[in-house]
Design a protein around this ligand. Structure first.
Ligand code: SF4
Ligand code: SF4
Ligand code: SF4
Length: 423
């Protein structure tokens, strides 16, 4: 696995022109609203979310992060199982580390116990600017697909936004496979306009499966974790207590909280557990957090060799927009697609950092935050002025709910999952 404590990218060190992360009142109000809907400490969640993002941005050490919040996390959760590289090794060697996950899990022996820790509340959506507007205005050069620790497998995607026509087939296919509840879109496609661009664009948001994931650093019980074999960032549903700290720490709005029982009964149990027999996929149980998984059981071969190395959204896309595979393998589909693209588009920003905004480019979303996202985009990078518009195919057209819309939010959470930051 890549060294997650590092803030370097494949390009070398992160750009040094970065300015410190800023969290404005709007961000804090939104985070506070989300966290106040749970029984857990709102202030602690906000401070953890801020500091975890400072850690991945290289502004705070993991050790300092751990020490600053250790007592408060233990007081609130009876345990501090945050998966921090800087402390994990010594924790494992100490009594504290023995069976952390199993001890935490035993606190919630059944679903009703878990539910006691969760309080229903309203959902709120966030605009495109919160996805694409970075608090760090520093520019970032485009990293090549291969990551620093190239001998390890790192599953990720190259998404060619130039090929996307907003058909939403990937969205419906993902929903069909995973049985996620109303309003939860693990892959989310949005059409947008941008004053800097002449034509309508699309942005496709999955979980970025960050190599330096703030969502993992804040999780007090160790439910959010990175899979050692391939870098997938997953949630152990049996351990997750629904504190929602991961949701407010994720800059990409990739998390969806499960209010109530899932709309679809659990199905296809075999594929909801990965080869470690950890329950990480399918609709989250009541009170747990869900997000895009990249189909870990498929990658483990449980669904047959044909599905190893692909995802449902990639299979559904008829426009050759989604390319999934090992970013550290030069021969993988995403790298081959990227190489072909770059060979044919010399205006790539990796060669021309001062590119004209209305030209083709490749980028990792909010790379300057140090998250080391595992999704590389081809196409225009939305500016902070981008505004979402209705696409050629609407969510309603597909029988889906886009719960960023106020009329849906007004319905409250009853029986629904919470929209993440974007949906
Ligand atoms: S994009 Fe995914 S891995 Fe990255 S911080 Fe958000 S939830 Fe975590
Ligand atoms: S909601 Fe679940 S996965 Fe997210 S931080 Fe809380 S316990 Fe961890
Ligand atoms: S299926 Fe492909 S073309 Fe259609 S919205 Fe998804 S990524 Fe875009």
């Amino acid at each position: 696995m890549p060294d997650k404590s590092s803030t370097s990218t494949a390009d070398g060190d992160r750009p040094d022109e970065s300015t410190p992360l800023q969290f404005d009142d709007e961000w804090e109000a939104r985070a506070s609203e989300r966290l106040s809907e749970t029984e857990f400490d709102t202030e602690l969640g906000i401070e953890l979310a801020k500091d975890a993002q400072r850690v991945v941005a290289g502004e705070l050490s993991e050790r300092a992060f751990h020490e600053k919040h250790h007592d408060a996390v233990r007081d609130e959760f009876g345990e501090d199982a945050r998966l921090l590289d800087a402390v994990l090794t010594e924790r494992e060697e100490s009594d504290e580390g023995e069976g952390v996950a199993s001890r935490v899990s035993s606190l919630f022996e059944d679903e009703s116990s878990r539910r006691e820790f969760v309080k229903k509340g309203g959902a709120a959506g966030m605009g495109l600017s919160m996805l694409l507007g970075s608090p760090d205005a520093g520019s970032a050069s485009t990293a090549p697909a291969e990551d620093a620790d190239a001998e390890d497998t790192r599953l990720g995607m190259v998404i060619n936004l130039n090929n996307c026509d907003g058909c939403l087939e990937c969205v419906t296919a993902c929903k069909g496979l995973h049985g996620t509840s109303r309003g939860a879109h693990w892959i989310y496609v949005m059409a947008y306009t941008d004053p800097d661009l002449e034509h309508e664009n699309f942005f496709v948001r999955t979980c970025m499966h960050c190599a330096n994931a703030p969502c993992e650093k804040v999780c007090p019980v160790g439910a959010r974790h990175t899979r050692e074999k391939d870098g997938l960032v997953l949630t152990d549903y049996d351990i997750c207590i629904g504190c929602r700290y991961c949701m407010v720490s994720c800059p990409y709005g990739a998390n969806y909280f499960q209010w109530g029982d899932p709309d679809s009964p659990r199905q296809n149990d075999h594929f909801t557990h990965d080869e470690r027999d950890v329950w990480v996929d399918g609709p989250p149980p009541n009170g747990a957090m869900g997000k895009c998984t990249f189909e870990p059981a498929w990658q483990d071969g449980q669904a047959g060799e044909k599905l190893v190395g692909t995802t449902m959204c990639e299979m559904a896309c008829q426009r050759d927009a989604i390319h999934f595979g090992d970013l550290n393998d030069p021969e993988s589909d995403p790298n081959q697609h990227l190489e072909e693209y770059r060979a044919n588009h010399p205006n790539d920003r990796s060669e021309f950092e001062d590119r004209n905004p209305d030209t083709v480019s490749t980028f990792r979303a909010m790379e300057e935050r140090g998250t080391e996202p595992g999704v590389i985009f081809i196409g225009n990078e939305p500016s902070v002025h981008a505004e979402q518009v209705e696409g050629p195919v609407t969510y309603e057209d597909k029988g889906l709910i886009d719960d960023r819309k106020s009329e849906i939010l007004d319905d409250g959470p009853a029986g629904d999952d919470d929209g993440g930051e974007l949906a």
